[in-house]
Design a protein around this ligand. Structure first.
Ligand code: GCU
Length: 697
């Protein structure tokens, strides 16, 4: 089937047959990484669950459901022997095997210890949330959890806040649709201006998220429109209902709020952050929020950004703005996620001195130290906007006295819109492992782990496969796993996802399924990069919906995303010597590395430098030849991926296989379009022929 190109971002994914595999009680919805078969090892055993509280109840339910299906049993205390014990450390009396695994030090809020001694697998936790995460660890291990003795391992999340932001609107927005930048259908929370009556889907989602480690969700778009602004006030009950469904899986609800709410929903004349009446309004509204949702997480705010209201209107700065909301939330332990995505989206393209990449640091670095303790500055991982290749944002290193959260885009706005296979874990792993102050300094993951956390923009909708492209489920899974443990290897995460998701695949075939999926997915981000914008220059997408190529689409617009190609060369000069000075926002060694034409990594060359087409890269190729070579190679690799997938028919559920096949057809078409437009554009600009004589249209 040929999938038409979208007319705009409001287009949902292609319509295809509903999947056959269903989760518990979710007919017609794919079970993702929790098909019942994934619980076979746990469900066929004798298990004791010891612990009180709501989340311990969830663990009990999960085990009971697995046992009912796979023939095991849930035992009472004293009714041994057991194969598996899941217990809180405070439980009395602890069975012998569990008592032996108890560590000397605290396990921590969400942590757990897993061990196997004398034929008993033990999960111990101080708090019920740890028990839940420990259970899912055992599920991931499958039979390996029961195969051999296992010394005690202590697991705890690298960061406390592991959050997904939904860019969901309650109403269908005339331009952006129901889910802004959503490629998987409508919202799982909202429909036709109201909450969905049946929250079973939300419950299934919560389960999936708990199984990969996510513990917070913001349930509405950062661009807060009129209806959504009222979620804070008279529509609060809708949010409370969602919170009630997420709570048993250890997930807190957050809300995106408009900075102008005191005016737009409160009827005050001003939203000035220093106004007493404004402060009082936020305090009162927030008190009511906590009355309705005692474990409410806090607010997410996009202020003075792309037209959203903010403190600048009152001559105040962003510390004033963020601290206002922080003050209202502080009595209840809530936090404000204040987004650093502040730049001039109405700049004059003729003005070569304004550099969008600089904007966040210019605005926020001078405010370091002024934010209240419960303000979290939420920074996109790159300085521009979720391109397939960007350097790490300099803001992350520039705010040592501020809690910083790093924001990743799980939804594939700029990485193929869930029509293309693009496994993002390798990109995220690279960003999280980057050390802004050089080898001896902290990694990005350490900064995020220092109190801010990791935030992903969700890629989920009401599509039967959750994510439109079935293989895009792996990105959601990987986001959670990396938020829990940023040092995990992307290929190992993919193995976990494959083994869980495709647990129903017959034993002998799982190896082949794994081989196919690794061949298609492991390198898919780099493949995507090859056939799209070259060497870190970014964009070149169709304006508005951002799908498919348009090299000059943004070149003469106010958005600040330019490549500056002319007949002689291409790239953005962001050096201190001759350009915008952006390289100076990095501490050493990167301020020097990026400044230097000789040292700048090839993949970021055009982000930092404007060079002639004949410039020789560190790889030895000229820039122009690199553009031709990577575009031919990238499109060919997509065609190869499609061949691999076609050979694997029979290994996968037929409906899933068919959907991925259709999407790969579209990816091949689109990659060829990218290849031809980019190559033709640069051939026509430069007049330099391809050294290998291939046809360029
Ligand atoms: C991107 C995206 C917008 C979104 C914005 C944001 O620019 O295209 O749809 O609102 O990011 O992160 O706020």
């Amino acid at each position: 089937m040929t999938i038409p190109e979208p007319a705009g971002p409001e287009m949902a994914g292609p319509e295809m047959a509903a999947p056959e595999m269903a989760g518990p009680g979710m007919a017609g919805v794919h079970a993702a990484w929790l098909p019942p078969e994934a619980f076979r090892a746990v469900g066929s055993r004798r298990t004791l669950v010891l612990g009180e509280g709501r989340l311990a109840g969830t663990v009990h339910e999960e085990v009971a459901r697995a046992c009912a299906r796979h023939g095991g049993s849930v035992r009472r205390a004293g009714d041994g022997p057991y194969d598996l014990v899941l217990a809180l450390t405070v439980a009395e009396p602890l069975p012998e095997a569990a008592a032996g695994a108890r560590p000397g030090a605290p396990i921590g809020d969400e942590g757990y210890v897993i061990a196997r001694t004398d034929g008993v697998t033990v999960v111990l936790a101080d708090e019920p949330a740890g028990l839940l995460y420990g259970l899912f660890h055992v599920v991931r291990l499958g039979e390996r959890a029961f195969a051999a003795e296992r010394p005690a391992e202590h697991h705890r999340p690298a960061t406390r806040l592991r959050m997904l932001d939904h860019w969901d609107n309650v109403d269908v927005h005339p331009v952006m649709g129901q889910v802004e930048r959503g490629y998987a259908g409508g919202s799982i929370f909202w429909r036709d201006g109201a909450p969905r009556g049946d929250l079973a889907r939300v419950r299934a989602y919560a389960r999936l998220l708990a199984a990969c480690g996510v513990n917070a969700i913001s349930v509405n778009n950062v661009n807060v429109h009129a209806t959504e602004a009222r979620l804070l006030t008279d529509r609060l009950g809708d949010v409370a209902a969602i919170a009630g469904v997420l709570r048993p899986y250890g997930i807190r609800v957050h809300l995106s709020v408009s900075f102008a709410s005191p005016v737009t929903v409160g009827g005050l004349p001003s939203a000035d952050p220093l106004g007493e009446d404004v402060r009082g309004w936020w305090a009162e509204v927030t008190r009511r929020v906590y009355d309705a949702i005692p474990d409410f997480g806090g607010y997410v705010v996009k202020a003075d950004s792309e037209g959203q209201p903010g403190p600048f209107a009152y001559g105040r700065d962003h510390a004033d703005g963020a601290n206002l909301l922080a003050g209202a939330l502080a009595p209840y332990g809530g936090v404000v996620h204040w987004r650093a995505f502040v730049y001039d989206h109405r700049q004059d393209w003729r003005d070569r001195s304004t550099d969008r990449a600089r904007a966040a640091c210019d605005h926020f670095a001078p405010l370091d130290g002024r934010f209240h303790d419960n303000v979290i500055l939420q920074v996109k991982h790159g300085p521009i906007d979720f391109q397939a290749r960007e350097p790490v944002s300099p803001v992350i290193a520039a705010m040592p006295a501020t809690r910083v959260a790093v924001e990743l885009q799980v939804t594939q706005e700029y990485t193929g819109q869930q029509r293309h296979v693009c496994y993002l874990a390798p990109m995220w792993r690279e960003a999280l492992g980057f050390r802004p102050r050089g080898a001896g300094g902290p990694a990005v993951a350490d900064v995020a782990g220092g109190g801010g956390g990791l935030v992903g923009v969700s890629n989920v909708g009401d599509d039967p496969y959750w994510t439109g492209h079935p293989l895009a489920q792996a990105n959601l899974y990987a986001f959670g796993r990396l938020a829990w443990e940023p040092r995990l290897d992307p290929a190992a995460i993919l193995d976990e996802w494959i083994d869980l998701t495709f647990a129903p695949v017959a034993d002998g075939d799982i190896e082949r399924a794994r081989g196919t999926l690794h061949a298609i997915m492991d390198d898919s981000w780099r493949v995507y990069e090859r056939y799209t914008a070259p060497l870190g220059v970014g964009f070149m997408v169709r304006p508005g919906h951002h799908y498919g190529p348009d090299v000059d689409g943004y070149e003469y617009t106010p958005w600040g995303t330019y490549h500056f190609a002319d007949r002689d060369g291409v790239g953005v000069d962001r050096t201190r010597a001759t350009g915008t000075g952006f390289t100076g926002q990095y501490p050493p060694p990167w301020s020097q590395v990026y400044e230097s034409l000789a040292d700048c990594p090839d993949e970021l060359l055009l982000f930092f430098h404007h060079v002639p087409y004949g410039h020789v890269l560190r790889s030895g190729a000229t820039v122009i030849q690199h553009i031709y070579d990577t575009h031919f190679a990238g499109a060919e690799q997509v065609a190869e991926a499609r061949r691999r997938w076609q050979e694997a028919a029979g290994l996968f559920d037929p409906a899933l296989h068919a959907r991925v096949s259709d999407l790969l057809d579209e990816q091949v078409r689109c990659a060829e379009e990218w290849r031809d437009q980019v190559n033709a554009y640069f051939f026509r600009k430069s007049g330099v022929p391809d050294a290998r004589g291939r046809r360029i249209p």
